[in-house]
Design a binder for this molecule. Structure first.
Ligand SMILES: Cc1cc2nc3c(=O)[nH]c(=O)nc-3n(C[C@H](O)[C@H](O)[C@H](O)COP(=O)(O)OP(=O)(O)OC[C@H]3O[C@@H](n4cnc5c(N)ncnc54)[C@H](O)[C@@H]3O)c2cc1C
Ligand code: SF4
Length: 346
Protein backbone atom coordinates (compact mmCIF):
# COMPACT_ATOMS: atom_id res chain seq x y z
CA UNK A 1 0.00 0.00 0.00
CA UNK A 2 1.38 3.43 -0.92
CA UNK A 3 1.88 5.94 1.87
CA UNK A 4 -0.20 9.07 1.99
CA UNK A 5 2.39 11.74 1.19
CA UNK A 6 3.72 9.66 -1.72
CA UNK A 7 0.17 9.38 -3.07
CA UNK A 8 -0.51 13.08 -2.67
CA UNK A 9 2.71 13.96 -4.52
CA UNK A 10 1.78 11.60 -7.32
CA UNK A 11 -1.67 13.18 -7.58
CA UNK A 12 -0.21 16.69 -7.65
CA UNK A 13 2.21 15.64 -10.39
CA UNK A 14 -0.68 14.15 -12.38
CA UNK A 15 -2.76 17.32 -12.05
CA UNK A 16 0.14 19.49 -13.14
CA UNK A 17 0.68 17.14 -16.11
CA UNK A 18 -3.00 17.47 -16.98
CA UNK A 19 -2.68 21.26 -17.01
CA UNK A 20 0.24 21.03 -19.43
CA UNK A 21 -1.70 18.52 -21.52
CA UNK A 22 -4.62 20.94 -21.72
CA UNK A 23 -2.21 23.82 -22.36
CA UNK A 24 -3.92 26.00 -19.79
CA UNK A 25 -3.58 26.31 -16.04
CA UNK A 26 -6.38 24.09 -14.85
CA UNK A 27 -5.74 22.84 -11.34
CA UNK A 28 -8.82 21.34 -9.75
CA UNK A 29 -8.58 21.98 -6.03
CA UNK A 30 -7.47 18.79 -4.40
CA UNK A 31 -8.48 17.58 -0.93
CA UNK A 32 -7.91 14.39 1.02
CA UNK A 33 -10.56 13.20 3.47
CA UNK A 34 -9.62 11.17 6.54
CA UNK A 35 -13.15 10.23 7.54
CA UNK A 36 -16.42 9.47 5.77
CA UNK A 37 -18.09 12.51 7.39
CA UNK A 38 -15.30 14.75 6.19
CA UNK A 39 -15.64 13.44 2.61
CA UNK A 40 -19.42 13.96 2.63
CA UNK A 41 -19.11 17.46 4.01
CA UNK A 42 -16.52 18.37 1.31
CA UNK A 43 -18.68 16.92 -1.47
CA UNK A 44 -21.72 18.66 -0.09
CA UNK A 45 -20.11 22.09 0.22
CA UNK A 46 -19.13 22.13 -3.50
CA UNK A 47 -22.70 21.27 -4.60
CA UNK A 48 -22.02 18.81 -7.41
CA UNK A 49 -18.81 20.48 -8.63
CA UNK A 50 -16.58 18.15 -6.63
CA UNK A 51 -15.69 14.63 -7.76
CA UNK A 52 -14.84 11.89 -5.35
CA UNK A 53 -12.06 9.53 -6.31
CA UNK A 54 -10.42 6.45 -4.86
CA UNK A 55 -7.89 4.77 -7.20
CA UNK A 56 -8.29 7.68 -9.61
CA UNK A 57 -7.79 5.50 -12.71
CA UNK A 58 -11.10 6.30 -14.33
CA UNK A 59 -11.43 9.85 -13.01
CA UNK A 60 -8.02 10.93 -14.35
CA UNK A 61 -8.65 9.21 -17.68
CA UNK A 62 -11.99 11.04 -18.06
CA UNK A 63 -10.33 14.34 -17.12
CA UNK A 64 -7.59 13.71 -19.67
CA UNK A 65 -10.22 13.28 -22.38
CA UNK A 66 -12.12 16.33 -21.05
CA UNK A 67 -15.28 14.32 -20.44
CA UNK A 68 -15.03 15.31 -16.79
CA UNK A 69 -13.92 18.77 -15.59
CA UNK A 70 -14.43 18.93 -11.82
CA UNK A 71 -13.57 22.05 -9.81
CA UNK A 72 -12.54 19.91 -6.86
CA UNK A 73 -11.19 16.39 -6.35
CA UNK A 74 -11.86 14.62 -3.05
CA UNK A 75 -9.52 11.72 -2.37
CA UNK A 76 -11.01 9.12 0.00
CA UNK A 77 -8.09 6.67 -0.03
CA UNK A 78 -6.84 7.76 3.44
CA UNK A 79 -10.03 6.42 5.10
CA UNK A 80 -8.43 3.25 6.44
CA UNK A 81 -11.57 1.60 7.81
CA UNK A 82 -12.97 1.33 4.27
CA UNK A 83 -10.19 -1.02 3.18
CA UNK A 84 -11.15 -4.09 5.22
CA UNK A 85 -12.48 -7.49 4.14
CA UNK A 86 -14.37 -9.07 7.04
CA UNK A 87 -16.32 -12.31 7.48
CA UNK A 88 -19.55 -11.82 9.44
CA UNK A 89 -22.60 -13.89 10.36
CA UNK A 90 -24.30 -13.20 6.98
CA UNK A 91 -21.32 -13.72 4.69
CA UNK A 92 -18.60 -11.23 3.89
CA UNK A 93 -18.33 -7.43 4.07
CA UNK A 94 -15.87 -5.72 1.74
CA UNK A 95 -14.83 -2.10 2.25
CA UNK A 96 -15.16 0.10 -0.82
CA UNK A 97 -11.42 0.86 -0.80
CA UNK A 98 -10.37 -2.79 -0.97
CA UNK A 99 -8.22 -3.10 -4.08
CA UNK A 100 -9.08 -5.52 -6.87
CA UNK A 101 -5.66 -6.97 -6.07
CA UNK A 102 -6.70 -7.54 -2.41
CA UNK A 103 -9.63 -9.66 -3.61
CA UNK A 104 -7.39 -11.60 -5.95
CA UNK A 105 -4.83 -12.30 -3.21
CA UNK A 106 -7.19 -13.10 -0.34
CA UNK A 107 -7.00 -16.79 0.64
CA UNK A 108 -10.46 -16.52 2.18
CA UNK A 109 -11.98 -15.29 -1.07
CA UNK A 110 -10.18 -17.86 -3.19
CA UNK A 111 -11.47 -20.66 -0.92
CA UNK A 112 -15.03 -19.56 -0.21
CA UNK A 113 -15.88 -17.25 -3.12
CA UNK A 114 -13.85 -18.47 -6.11
CA UNK A 115 -16.25 -16.57 -8.41
CA UNK A 116 -14.99 -13.32 -6.89
CA UNK A 117 -11.37 -14.41 -7.28
CA UNK A 118 -11.95 -15.34 -10.95
CA UNK A 119 -13.55 -11.95 -11.57
CA UNK A 120 -10.80 -9.95 -9.86
CA UNK A 121 -8.14 -11.94 -11.72
CA UNK A 122 -9.81 -11.12 -15.07
CA UNK A 123 -9.84 -7.37 -14.54
CA UNK A 124 -7.33 -5.18 -16.42
CA UNK A 125 -3.62 -5.77 -15.59
CA UNK A 126 -1.72 -6.42 -12.31
CA UNK A 127 -0.68 -2.73 -12.19
CA UNK A 128 -4.25 -1.50 -12.54
CA UNK A 129 -5.57 -4.08 -10.08
CA UNK A 130 -3.08 -2.73 -7.58
CA UNK A 131 -4.57 0.79 -7.81
CA UNK A 132 -8.23 0.16 -8.61
CA UNK A 133 -10.74 -0.12 -5.78
CA UNK A 134 -13.91 -2.18 -5.75
CA UNK A 135 -16.07 0.97 -5.27
CA UNK A 136 -14.34 2.72 -8.18
CA UNK A 137 -14.77 -0.35 -10.33
CA UNK A 138 -18.52 -0.37 -9.70
CA UNK A 139 -18.87 3.36 -10.45
CA UNK A 140 -16.55 3.61 -13.47
CA UNK A 141 -18.05 5.39 -16.46
CA UNK A 142 -19.04 4.05 -19.87
CA UNK A 143 -16.25 2.95 -22.26
CA UNK A 144 -18.27 4.02 -25.33
CA UNK A 145 -15.71 5.35 -27.83
CA UNK A 146 -17.98 8.20 -28.94
CA UNK A 147 -18.40 9.36 -25.35
CA UNK A 148 -14.72 9.10 -24.39
CA UNK A 149 -13.27 10.60 -27.54
CA UNK A 150 -11.01 13.52 -26.65
CA UNK A 151 -11.37 16.85 -28.51
CA UNK A 152 -7.56 16.59 -28.97
CA UNK A 153 -8.25 14.08 -31.74
CA UNK A 154 -10.01 16.84 -33.72
CA UNK A 155 -13.50 15.46 -33.17
CA UNK A 156 -15.60 14.83 -30.09
CA UNK A 157 -19.20 13.77 -29.67
CA UNK A 158 -21.62 15.71 -27.53
CA UNK A 159 -23.84 12.67 -27.25
CA UNK A 160 -27.00 11.84 -25.32
CA UNK A 161 -25.02 10.68 -22.29
CA UNK A 162 -23.44 14.16 -22.03
CA UNK A 163 -26.58 16.22 -22.60
CA UNK A 164 -30.28 15.42 -22.77
CA UNK A 165 -30.82 16.84 -26.28
CA UNK A 166 -27.78 14.99 -27.70
CA UNK A 167 -28.19 12.00 -29.98
CA UNK A 168 -26.74 8.54 -29.52
CA UNK A 169 -24.06 8.13 -32.21
CA UNK A 170 -23.52 4.45 -31.47
CA UNK A 171 -27.09 3.39 -32.21
CA UNK A 172 -26.66 3.87 -35.96
CA UNK A 173 -22.85 3.84 -35.93
CA UNK A 174 -19.97 1.70 -34.67
CA UNK A 175 -21.93 -0.33 -32.13
CA UNK A 176 -20.06 -3.65 -32.12
CA UNK A 177 -19.32 -3.45 -28.38
CA UNK A 178 -22.67 -2.01 -27.31
CA UNK A 179 -25.84 -3.39 -25.74
CA UNK A 180 -27.93 -6.25 -27.09
CA UNK A 181 -30.52 -6.13 -24.29
CA UNK A 182 -32.97 -3.39 -23.31
CA UNK A 183 -34.14 -0.19 -24.95
CA UNK A 184 -32.69 3.14 -23.88
CA UNK A 185 -31.36 6.49 -25.08
CA UNK A 186 -27.79 5.32 -24.44
CA UNK A 187 -26.81 1.88 -25.71
CA UNK A 188 -23.44 1.63 -23.97
CA UNK A 189 -22.81 -1.28 -21.60
CA UNK A 190 -21.85 -1.34 -17.93
CA UNK A 191 -18.07 -1.96 -18.04
CA UNK A 192 -17.73 -3.30 -14.49
CA UNK A 193 -16.98 -7.03 -14.23
CA UNK A 194 -17.44 -6.75 -10.47
CA UNK A 195 -21.03 -5.59 -10.96
CA UNK A 196 -21.87 -8.71 -12.99
CA UNK A 197 -20.49 -11.06 -10.36
CA UNK A 198 -21.85 -9.16 -7.37
CA UNK A 199 -25.36 -9.35 -8.83
CA UNK A 200 -24.99 -13.12 -9.23
CA UNK A 201 -23.91 -13.18 -5.57
CA UNK A 202 -26.95 -11.08 -4.56
CA UNK A 203 -24.74 -8.37 -3.01
CA UNK A 204 -25.91 -5.08 -1.56
CA UNK A 205 -24.11 -1.76 -1.37
CA UNK A 206 -24.01 0.35 1.78
CA UNK A 207 -23.88 4.09 1.17
CA UNK A 208 -23.78 7.24 3.28
CA UNK A 209 -24.69 10.80 2.26
CA UNK A 210 -25.92 13.97 3.93
CA UNK A 211 -29.46 12.50 3.65
CA UNK A 212 -28.54 9.34 5.58
CA UNK A 213 -27.67 5.72 4.91
CA UNK A 214 -28.91 3.37 2.18
CA UNK A 215 -28.61 -0.32 1.41
CA UNK A 216 -28.87 -0.67 -2.36
CA UNK A 217 -29.15 -4.01 -4.21
CA UNK A 218 -26.62 -4.02 -7.10
CA UNK A 219 -29.52 -4.44 -9.49
CA UNK A 220 -30.82 -1.00 -8.50
CA UNK A 221 -27.50 0.84 -8.68
CA UNK A 222 -27.45 1.57 -12.42
CA UNK A 223 -29.47 3.61 -14.90
CA UNK A 224 -28.75 3.71 -18.66
CA UNK A 225 -26.88 6.98 -18.01
CA UNK A 226 -24.77 6.08 -14.98
CA UNK A 227 -25.67 5.26 -11.40
CA UNK A 228 -28.24 6.47 -8.90
CA UNK A 229 -25.78 7.84 -6.33
CA UNK A 230 -26.24 11.46 -5.24
CA UNK A 231 -23.37 13.94 -5.61
CA UNK A 232 -22.47 13.63 -1.91
CA UNK A 233 -23.15 9.90 -1.56
CA UNK A 234 -20.33 7.53 -0.82
CA UNK A 235 -20.23 3.75 -1.09
CA UNK A 236 -18.75 2.52 2.17
CA UNK A 237 -19.11 -1.25 2.00
CA UNK A 238 -20.45 -4.21 0.07
CA UNK A 239 -22.44 -6.90 1.86
CA UNK A 240 -22.27 -10.32 0.21
CA UNK A 241 -24.37 -13.19 1.57
CA UNK A 242 -22.79 -16.57 2.14
CA UNK A 243 -23.01 -18.95 -0.81
CA UNK A 244 -24.51 -22.26 0.37
CA UNK A 245 -22.04 -25.16 0.53
CA UNK A 246 -22.07 -27.27 -2.63
CA UNK A 247 -23.32 -24.47 -4.90
CA UNK A 248 -21.71 -23.98 -8.28
CA UNK A 249 -20.12 -20.59 -8.75
CA UNK A 250 -18.46 -19.52 -12.00
CA UNK A 251 -17.35 -16.37 -13.82
CA UNK A 252 -16.40 -16.60 -17.50
CA UNK A 253 -15.36 -13.64 -19.61
CA UNK A 254 -14.91 -13.35 -23.37
CA UNK A 255 -12.57 -10.52 -24.38
CA UNK A 256 -10.57 -9.68 -27.48
CA UNK A 257 -7.13 -9.39 -25.82
CA UNK A 258 -6.71 -12.10 -23.21
CA UNK A 259 -4.02 -10.28 -21.24
CA UNK A 260 -5.96 -7.06 -20.62
CA UNK A 261 -9.42 -6.13 -21.83
CA UNK A 262 -12.98 -5.32 -20.90
CA UNK A 263 -15.63 -7.99 -21.41
CA UNK A 264 -17.25 -8.33 -24.80
CA UNK A 265 -19.59 -10.66 -22.91
CA UNK A 266 -19.26 -12.24 -19.48
CA UNK A 267 -21.37 -14.64 -17.44
CA UNK A 268 -21.49 -15.00 -13.67
CA UNK A 269 -23.51 -17.91 -12.32
CA UNK A 270 -24.32 -19.05 -8.80
CA UNK A 271 -26.37 -22.25 -8.86
CA UNK A 272 -27.60 -23.98 -5.74
CA UNK A 273 -27.99 -27.74 -6.02
CA UNK A 274 -29.81 -29.92 -3.51
CA UNK A 275 -29.97 -33.68 -4.03
CA UNK A 276 -28.64 -33.30 -7.61
CA UNK A 277 -31.49 -30.91 -8.48
CA UNK A 278 -31.19 -27.14 -9.01
CA UNK A 279 -33.02 -25.36 -6.17
CA UNK A 280 -31.91 -21.80 -6.95
CA UNK A 281 -30.03 -20.12 -9.79
CA UNK A 282 -28.70 -16.64 -10.47
CA UNK A 283 -27.27 -16.24 -13.97
CA UNK A 284 -26.04 -12.75 -14.83
CA UNK A 285 -24.71 -11.45 -18.15
CA UNK A 286 -22.13 -8.67 -18.43
CA UNK A 287 -21.30 -6.61 -21.53
CA UNK A 288 -24.84 -6.86 -22.90
CA UNK A 289 -26.79 -4.00 -21.26
CA UNK A 290 -26.45 -0.73 -19.37
CA UNK A 291 -26.45 -2.76 -16.16
CA UNK A 292 -25.68 -6.37 -15.34
CA UNK A 293 -28.49 -8.37 -16.92
CA UNK A 294 -30.16 -11.15 -14.98
CA UNK A 295 -31.09 -13.93 -17.39
CA UNK A 296 -34.25 -14.82 -15.47
CA UNK A 297 -35.68 -17.09 -18.18
CA UNK A 298 -32.49 -19.15 -18.20
CA UNK A 299 -32.60 -19.40 -14.39
CA UNK A 300 -36.26 -20.50 -14.42
CA UNK A 301 -35.72 -23.32 -16.87
CA UNK A 302 -33.04 -24.83 -14.62
CA UNK A 303 -35.13 -24.89 -11.44
CA UNK A 304 -36.05 -28.45 -10.42
CA UNK A 305 -33.79 -29.92 -13.15
CA UNK A 306 -30.56 -31.85 -12.95
CA UNK A 307 -27.64 -30.32 -14.78
CA UNK A 308 -27.15 -32.08 -18.09
CA UNK A 309 -25.96 -31.06 -21.58
CA UNK A 310 -29.62 -30.76 -22.52
CA UNK A 311 -30.67 -28.50 -19.60
CA UNK A 312 -27.53 -26.35 -20.05
CA UNK A 313 -28.27 -25.92 -23.77
CA UNK A 314 -31.88 -25.01 -22.97
CA UNK A 315 -30.71 -22.40 -20.42
CA UNK A 316 -28.32 -20.96 -23.04
CA UNK A 317 -31.17 -20.57 -25.55
CA UNK A 318 -33.44 -19.00 -22.92
CA UNK A 319 -30.74 -16.49 -21.91
CA UNK A 320 -31.01 -14.68 -25.26
CA UNK A 321 -34.72 -14.83 -26.06
CA UNK A 322 -35.11 -11.12 -25.31
CA UNK A 323 -31.97 -9.99 -27.18
CA UNK A 324 -32.40 -7.14 -29.67
CA UNK A 325 -28.93 -6.71 -31.18
CA UNK A 326 -27.89 -3.52 -32.99
CA UNK A 327 -26.59 -3.47 -36.57
CA UNK A 328 -23.04 -4.68 -35.74
CA UNK A 329 -23.25 -6.73 -32.55
CA UNK A 330 -25.43 -9.75 -33.38
CA UNK A 331 -22.33 -11.89 -32.81
CA UNK A 332 -22.69 -11.30 -29.05
CA UNK A 333 -25.80 -13.50 -28.99
CA UNK A 334 -23.77 -16.59 -29.94
CA UNK A 335 -21.12 -15.74 -27.35
CA UNK A 336 -23.74 -15.39 -24.59
CA UNK A 337 -25.13 -18.82 -25.46
CA UNK A 338 -21.69 -20.45 -25.42
CA UNK A 339 -20.72 -18.87 -22.09
CA UNK A 340 -24.02 -19.66 -20.35
CA UNK A 341 -23.79 -23.30 -21.43
CA UNK A 342 -20.19 -23.50 -20.18
CA UNK A 343 -20.97 -21.79 -16.87
CA UNK A 344 -23.89 -24.14 -16.17
CA UNK A 345 -21.84 -27.23 -17.09
CA UNK A 346 -18.73 -26.13 -15.15
C1 LIG B 1 -6.56 -0.42 -19.46
C2 LIG B 1 -7.72 -0.68 -18.54
C3 LIG B 1 -8.32 -1.92 -18.54
C4 LIG B 1 -9.39 -2.16 -17.68
N1 LIG B 1 -9.99 -3.40 -17.70
C5 LIG B 1 -11.06 -3.64 -16.91
C6 LIG B 1 -11.73 -4.89 -16.92
O1 LIG B 1 -11.33 -5.82 -17.64
N2 LIG B 1 -12.82 -5.04 -16.11
C7 LIG B 1 -13.27 -4.07 -15.30
O2 LIG B 1 -14.25 -4.28 -14.59
N3 LIG B 1 -12.65 -2.88 -15.25
C8 LIG B 1 -11.57 -2.65 -16.02
N4 LIG B 1 -10.93 -1.44 -15.98
C9 LIG B 1 -11.48 -0.41 -15.15
C10 LIG B 1 -10.75 -0.30 -13.88
O3 LIG B 1 -10.91 -1.47 -13.13
C11 LIG B 1 -11.45 0.91 -13.25
O4 LIG B 1 -11.01 2.05 -13.94
C12 LIG B 1 -11.15 1.01 -11.88
O5 LIG B 1 -11.72 -0.09 -11.22
C13 LIG B 1 -11.66 2.30 -11.30
O6 LIG B 1 -11.29 2.19 -9.99
P1 LIG B 1 -10.67 3.41 -9.24
O7 LIG B 1 -10.59 2.99 -7.83
O8 LIG B 1 -9.43 3.88 -9.90
O9 LIG B 1 -11.85 4.47 -9.44
P2 LIG B 1 -11.79 6.05 -9.58
O10 LIG B 1 -11.23 6.41 -10.91
O11 LIG B 1 -11.20 6.66 -8.39
O12 LIG B 1 -13.35 6.35 -9.55
C14 LIG B 1 -14.21 5.86 -10.57
C15 LIG B 1 -15.62 6.42 -10.31
O13 LIG B 1 -16.11 5.88 -9.11
C16 LIG B 1 -16.47 6.91 -8.20
N5 LIG B 1 -16.16 6.38 -6.88
C17 LIG B 1 -14.99 5.85 -6.48
N6 LIG B 1 -15.10 5.38 -5.22
C18 LIG B 1 -16.37 5.63 -4.82
C19 LIG B 1 -17.10 5.40 -3.60
N7 LIG B 1 -16.56 4.82 -2.55
N8 LIG B 1 -18.39 5.81 -3.56
C20 LIG B 1 -18.98 6.41 -4.62
N9 LIG B 1 -18.34 6.65 -5.78
C21 LIG B 1 -17.05 6.26 -5.89
C22 LIG B 1 -15.66 8.12 -8.62
O14 LIG B 1 -16.29 9.32 -8.22
C23 LIG B 1 -15.67 7.93 -10.12
O15 LIG B 1 -16.88 8.39 -10.65
C24 LIG B 1 -9.85 -1.16 -16.81
C25 LIG B 1 -9.23 0.10 -16.80
C26 LIG B 1 -8.18 0.34 -17.66
C27 LIG B 1 -7.54 1.69 -17.64
S1 SF4 C 1 -24.01 4.73 -26.48
FE1 SF4 C 1 -24.32 6.27 -24.90
S2 SF4 C 1 -22.28 7.07 -24.58
FE2 SF4 C 1 -22.27 6.06 -26.59
S3 SF4 C 1 -22.84 7.58 -28.14
FE3 SF4 C 1 -24.70 6.62 -27.46
S4 SF4 C 1 -25.45 7.97 -25.82
FE4 SF4 C 1 -23.28 8.41 -26.08
Amino acid sequence: MLNRSFEENEIKKTLSWLSKHWDRPIHPEYHSASTVDEAISMLNSYEGKAKLFSGGIDVISLMKNRVLLPDVLVNIKPIKRLKTIVVNSHGIAIGTLALINDLERSGLIKDKYPILFETAHSIASPHIRNMATIGGNLCQDSRCWYYRRSPDTGISYDCRRKREEGKCYARGGENQYHAIMGESGCVSVCPSDMATTLLAMDARIKTVSSSGRRLIPIDELYTPFGNILKHDELITRLEIPEIPFGSKQKFIKFRLRKTIDFAIVSVAAVIKIEGKVVSDARIVLGGVASKPYRAVKAEECLLGETITERSAAEAAERAVVDATPLSKNGYKVQIVKALVRRAVMS
